[in-house]
Write a new protein. Structure first.
Length: 312
């Protein structure tokens, strides 16, 4: 059974509660805001790619776009690209960008290079070797399932965002992010949905039904939602997060945080629409993420939870 995490909150005994009063207050406060989709013009990304190469880049990069924060006491992983020191997602993107030749990604490099060479930088990149194995598996799947090109997957999905997510989940390793629980599967699919949105934004043909995708259950969105009073953690969970202790992968705590993020995202989007705002969940996701990472309050919202995983 697949749980409807968009319309049902997580069990409160898993450690996370949602304040619908806080949701309504935020909707009233943000009703006049203009919510826009990301342009995907970040540092680290190449320019001038055709659709096929852009799609390849999006799927390959998003397959390893997770868990980029450093272990406690170690330095953030950074990469030098085009004279800039990049970290977080731009650093991951730049690893691919600096290997692009003639506007193409050469799949053969994943056999010629090592993880240390491809992800060369300073600081600590967690799960580096696991990322490298993931990339090799993704390339093999693309060769075997899609004749070596993501554009064939996009064509099979008829540029429909929901269908493309389904195809990524079903055929590409690392995108099937739906943990099994006693209540059923929790369909998070963060990386598959992110890759789909990214492909749509940078390609010449925007995907249909992109507005039907939920917010992404990752690290930054629950941080913002907790800071805004939407998410409330049980005392033990709150203490663990505030002390930067690890939250075990697929524990009730971790699953509840991600589940509550998706549910709260839909509740907030619906409330904003009731207050007259024109907003989609992907645009709301970007607004919340940007406020935590790039906005004037970035770095002031407390700690995000820390889980060692390649799912997000």
């Amino acid at each position: 059974m697949v749980v409807d995490i968009r319309n049902t909150p997580p069990p409160p005994e898993w450690g996370v509660a949602i304040s619908l009063d806080a949701v309504e207050a935020l909707a009233s406060r943000w009703a006049d805001h203009t919510f826009e989709l990301p342009r995907w013009d970040y540092d680290g990304l190449p320019t001038g790619l055709d659709d096929g190469s852009w799609y390849d880049l999006c799927v390959l990069a998003c397959s390893v776009l997770a868990c980029i924060w450093p272990p406690e006491g170690e330095k953030m992983w950074t990469v030098t690209y085009q004279g800039k020191q990049l970290d977080d997602a731009p650093a991951i993107f730049s690893c691919f960008s600096r290997r692009i030749s003639d506007g193409r990604i050469d799949y053969g490099m994943f056999e010629r290079l090592t993880a240390a060479e491809f992800f060369a930088g300073t600081g600590t990149l967690q799960l580096r070797d696991e990322r490298w194995d993931r990339l090799a598996a993704v390339v093999d799947a693309l060769k075997n399932q899609w004749d070596g090109a993501v554009r064939n997957l996009v064509a099979a999905g008829d540029h429909d965002a929901l269908r493309i997510v389904e195809l990524l989940v079903a055929t590409i390793p690392g995108f099937d992010d739906a943990p099994e629980t006693p209540l059923g599967k929790l369909p998070f699919y963060k990386l598959a949905r992110l890759a789909t949105a990214m492909m749509s934004a940078g390609g010449t043909t925007p995907f249909t039904r992109l507005d039907r995708l939920p917010v992404y259950p990752d690290y930054m969105l629950p941080l913002v939602l907790r800071h805004r009073g939407v998410l409330h953690y049980q005392a033990a969970l709150a203490e663990a997060i505030d002390r930067r202790q690890l939250v075990p992968k697929e524990s009730e705590w971790e699953l509840a945080i991600r589940w509550a993020t998706v549910y709260s995202g839909d509740q907030l989007a619906n409330a904003l629409r009731r207050h007259g705002a024109a907003v989609t969940t992907p645009a709301l996701d970007y607004f919340l993420w940007e406020s935590a990472v790039l906005g004037p309050e970035a770095g002031t919202m407390g700690e995000h939870h820390r889980t060692i995983t390649l799912a997000y």
